[in-house]
Ligand binder design. Structure first.
Ligand code: DOR
Ligand code: ZN
Length: 346
């Protein structure tokens, strides 16, 4: 069995910099035409000039002949100025602004502490310039149970935000709950959409503890109960245009995952398309995979769809146990497992 689909894009990707960037970028550029590149480096990409420099280093790390197009983002802080948004829009290389609540995840310490106070002028400018806000949707209050952080964020931040700015384009990134699915479905589809990762439709929270602690299945927002996984899988395989592919592939060196305080992040670029295809196949919805992977994202962002195609063939392949690079190695999602769908260029 074989499918040919328009080349997909990845609307949520961490490429890092330095040696890790070199190691991981070919896995994305092989399968995807474009990717929204997240700005949570150290230091974070808070200015357009830095985004342009970072983009050049990504282009340099690409395999020869690759036409992969990194779409850059800015990291929102309490001090981001409306003028920076204007510069970003004029640059032609920055496509969105990322909201990390301060302390929510990897390298988010410089994130936002006062969205409805200090960030108001920036949000107004974003509405004017139709600049999308990409949201890490979790509250950081330590009193809130870690499994409830997305729901509480929807109730206390996201709903008030879109009430205040109904014309702000918002992508709720890496949704993990039925609450998020319901929220997106109840919003105006021109302005609110969501990305969905492979892990949040393939795994539930049992995978964190299966046979012992599984650090390579740890990401943020953390995996949830099976009912949430099912709700997200049904939403994406239903064919709704509000959901699109965003891997949240987040490589960390093995040493920083397998240790006493492991980093959050799942490296899934090499397996993402195989896993999405598996979920659509199991739902009897392979005919809806192309829209999820290749149409809904560019349509929401107001960008053209890719013109080239890729092939997905039902050819079992074994995921490598790890990928080594200059400084160590990175363990991918589904390491050592046999997956059914193999993507290749057409
Ligand atoms: O698991 C995650 N890892 N979630 C995030 O939000 C950030 C990411 C990373 O950069 O490692
Ligand atoms: Zn992310």
């Amino acid at each position: 069995m074989e499918l040919s689909i328009t080349r997909p894009d990845d609307w949520h990707l961490h490429l890092r910099d330095g040696e890790i960037l070199q190691a991981v970028v070919p896995h994305s550029s092989q399968h995807f035409g474009r990717a929204i590149v997240m700005p949570n480096l150290r230091p974070p990409i808070t200015a357009t000039a830095a985004a342009m420099t970072y983009r050049q280093s990504i282009l340099k790390a690409l395999p020869k002949d690759s036409d992969f197009n990194p779409l850059m983002t800015l990291y929102l802080t309490d001090t981001t100025s409306p003028n920076e948004i204007k510069l970003a829009r004029e640059s032609g290389v920055v496509y969105a602004v990322k909201l990390y609540p301060a302390g929510a995840t990897t390298n988010s310490q410089d994130g936002v502490t006062d969205l409805f106070g200090k960030c108001l002028p920036v949000l107004e400018q974003m509405v004017q310039l139709k600049m999308p806000l990409l949201v890490h949707g979790e509250v950081t209050n330590p009193d809130v149970d870690v499994f409830d952080r997305e729901k509480v964020f929807i109730d206390t931040v996201l709903s008030p935000l879109i009430q205040k700015f109904p014309q702000l384009k918002v992508v709720m990134e890496h949704i993990t709950t039925k609450d998020a699915v319901d929220f997106v479905l109840s919003s105006d589809e021109r302005f609110v959409a969501a990305t969905v990762t492979p892990q949040h439709i393939v795994l539930n929270r049992n995978s964190l503890f299966q046979g012992g602690l599984q650090p390579h299945n740890y990401c943020l927002p953390v995996l949830k109960r099976e009912i949430h996984r099912q709700a997200i899988a049904s939403a994406v395989t239903s064919g709704s245009k509000r959901f699109f592919l965003g891997t949240d592939s987040a490589p960390h060196d093995r040493k920083n995952k397998e240790c006493s305080c492991g980093c959050a992040g799942i490296y899934n670029s090499p397996v993402a398309l195989s896993l999405y295809a598996k979920v659509f196949e199991e739902a009897g919805a392979l005919d809806k995979l192309e829209a999820f992977a290749s149409f809904n994202g560019p349509d929401f962002y107001g960008l053209p769809r890719n013109s080239s195609k890729i092939r997905l063939s039902k050819t079992p392949w074994t995921v490598p146990a790890s990928y080594s690079y200059g400084l160590g190695d990175i363990v991918p999602m589904s390491a050592g497992q046999v997956l059914d769908w193999l993507p290749s260029p057409l």
